[in-house]
Design a binder for this molecule. Structure first.
Ligand code: CO
Length: 134
Protein backbone atom coordinates (compact mmCIF):
# COMPACT_ATOMS: atom_id res chain seq x y z
CA UNK A 1 0.00 0.00 0.00
CA UNK A 2 2.59 2.60 0.99
CA UNK A 3 4.74 4.06 -1.74
CA UNK A 4 7.64 6.47 -1.76
CA UNK A 5 9.17 7.95 1.34
CA UNK A 6 7.96 11.51 0.97
CA UNK A 7 9.93 13.03 3.83
CA UNK A 8 11.53 12.61 7.21
CA UNK A 9 10.67 15.40 9.64
CA UNK A 10 13.17 16.50 12.27
CA UNK A 11 12.19 18.78 15.14
CA UNK A 12 14.79 21.44 15.89
CA UNK A 13 15.27 24.07 18.58
CA UNK A 14 17.47 26.36 16.48
CA UNK A 15 16.43 26.52 12.84
CA UNK A 16 19.39 28.64 11.72
CA UNK A 17 21.83 26.18 13.25
CA UNK A 18 20.00 23.24 11.68
CA UNK A 19 20.01 24.92 8.27
CA UNK A 20 23.71 25.66 8.59
CA UNK A 21 24.36 22.02 9.42
CA UNK A 22 22.51 20.69 6.39
CA UNK A 23 23.57 23.42 3.95
CA UNK A 24 27.14 24.12 4.99
CA UNK A 25 28.34 20.93 6.66
CA UNK A 26 26.38 18.32 4.70
CA UNK A 27 26.25 20.32 1.48
CA UNK A 28 22.50 19.97 0.88
CA UNK A 29 20.14 22.29 -0.95
CA UNK A 30 17.76 23.92 1.54
CA UNK A 31 14.67 26.06 0.99
CA UNK A 32 13.74 29.35 2.58
CA UNK A 33 11.69 28.96 5.77
CA UNK A 34 7.92 28.71 5.35
CA UNK A 35 5.50 29.34 8.22
CA UNK A 36 2.49 27.06 8.67
CA UNK A 37 0.66 28.63 11.62
CA UNK A 38 -2.23 26.19 11.17
CA UNK A 39 0.21 23.37 12.00
CA UNK A 40 2.27 25.31 14.53
CA UNK A 41 5.51 24.96 12.62
CA UNK A 42 8.08 26.87 10.60
CA UNK A 43 9.50 24.51 7.99
CA UNK A 44 12.70 24.38 5.98
CA UNK A 45 12.89 21.73 3.29
CA UNK A 46 16.15 19.96 2.69
CA UNK A 47 15.95 18.70 -0.87
CA UNK A 48 17.68 15.41 -1.50
CA UNK A 49 17.81 13.49 -4.77
CA UNK A 50 15.38 10.81 -3.56
CA UNK A 51 13.37 12.45 -0.78
CA UNK A 52 13.16 15.45 1.52
CA UNK A 53 14.05 16.21 5.09
CA UNK A 54 11.84 18.75 6.81
CA UNK A 55 13.31 20.77 9.63
CA UNK A 56 10.47 21.75 11.97
CA UNK A 57 10.68 24.66 14.38
CA UNK A 58 7.79 25.22 16.79
CA UNK A 59 5.64 28.22 15.91
CA UNK A 60 3.17 29.61 18.44
CA UNK A 61 2.19 28.41 21.88
CA UNK A 62 0.25 25.31 20.96
CA UNK A 63 2.75 23.82 18.58
CA UNK A 64 2.84 20.02 18.72
CA UNK A 65 6.58 20.28 18.16
CA UNK A 66 7.11 22.17 21.41
CA UNK A 67 6.03 19.16 23.49
CA UNK A 68 8.31 16.91 21.51
CA UNK A 69 11.27 19.21 22.13
CA UNK A 70 10.54 19.21 25.85
CA UNK A 71 11.11 15.47 25.80
CA UNK A 72 13.97 15.59 23.27
CA UNK A 73 16.22 18.44 24.24
CA UNK A 74 18.54 18.03 21.26
CA UNK A 75 15.73 17.70 18.75
CA UNK A 76 15.18 14.50 16.86
CA UNK A 77 13.22 12.59 14.26
CA UNK A 78 9.59 13.61 14.75
CA UNK A 79 7.87 11.58 12.03
CA UNK A 80 8.30 9.92 8.68
CA UNK A 81 5.90 10.33 5.79
CA UNK A 82 4.95 7.71 3.23
CA UNK A 83 2.94 8.37 0.12
CA UNK A 84 -0.31 6.54 -0.59
CA UNK A 85 -2.37 6.67 -3.74
CA UNK A 86 -5.75 7.02 -2.04
CA UNK A 87 -5.75 8.33 1.49
CA UNK A 88 -9.31 7.33 2.33
CA UNK A 89 -8.77 3.79 1.08
CA UNK A 90 -5.52 3.70 3.08
CA UNK A 91 -7.31 4.92 6.22
CA UNK A 92 -10.04 2.34 5.88
CA UNK A 93 -7.53 -0.44 5.38
CA UNK A 94 -5.46 0.69 8.36
CA UNK A 95 -8.48 0.91 10.63
CA UNK A 96 -9.68 -2.50 9.48
CA UNK A 97 -6.29 -3.87 10.55
CA UNK A 98 -6.58 -2.22 13.96
CA UNK A 99 -4.14 0.64 13.42
CA UNK A 100 -5.06 3.83 15.21
CA UNK A 101 -5.48 7.07 13.28
CA UNK A 102 -4.76 10.23 15.28
CA UNK A 103 -7.40 12.95 15.50
CA UNK A 104 -10.89 12.46 14.15
CA UNK A 105 -9.85 10.23 11.28
CA UNK A 106 -10.53 12.84 8.64
CA UNK A 107 -7.53 13.84 6.50
CA UNK A 108 -6.13 17.35 6.98
CA UNK A 109 -4.25 19.38 4.43
CA UNK A 110 -0.56 19.02 5.22
CA UNK A 111 2.47 21.19 4.59
CA UNK A 112 2.51 20.25 0.91
CA UNK A 113 -1.12 21.12 0.26
CA UNK A 114 -2.15 17.46 0.10
CA UNK A 115 -4.38 15.41 2.43
CA UNK A 116 -2.52 13.73 5.29
CA UNK A 117 -3.23 11.52 8.29
CA UNK A 118 -1.05 10.55 11.24
CA UNK A 119 -0.87 7.03 12.68
CA UNK A 120 -0.30 6.20 16.31
CA UNK A 121 3.40 5.64 17.10
CA UNK A 122 2.58 2.69 19.35
CA UNK A 123 1.31 0.82 16.32
CA UNK A 124 4.50 1.44 14.30
CA UNK A 125 7.55 0.75 16.43
CA UNK A 126 7.49 3.99 18.34
CA UNK A 127 7.57 6.11 15.20
CA UNK A 128 4.94 8.67 14.34
CA UNK A 129 3.91 7.86 10.76
CA UNK A 130 2.30 10.34 8.39
CA UNK A 131 0.61 9.20 5.22
CA UNK A 132 0.15 11.67 2.41
CA UNK A 133 -1.89 11.32 -0.72
CA UNK A 134 0.57 11.28 -3.61
CO1 CO B 1 5.27 15.65 7.60
Amino acid sequence: MIGRLNHVAIAVKDLDAAVAGYRDVLGAKVSAPVDHPEHGVRVVFVELPNTKVELLLPLGENSPIANFLERNADGGVHHICYEVEDILAARDRLQAQGARILGNGEPKIGAHGKPVLFLHPKDFNGTLVEIEQA
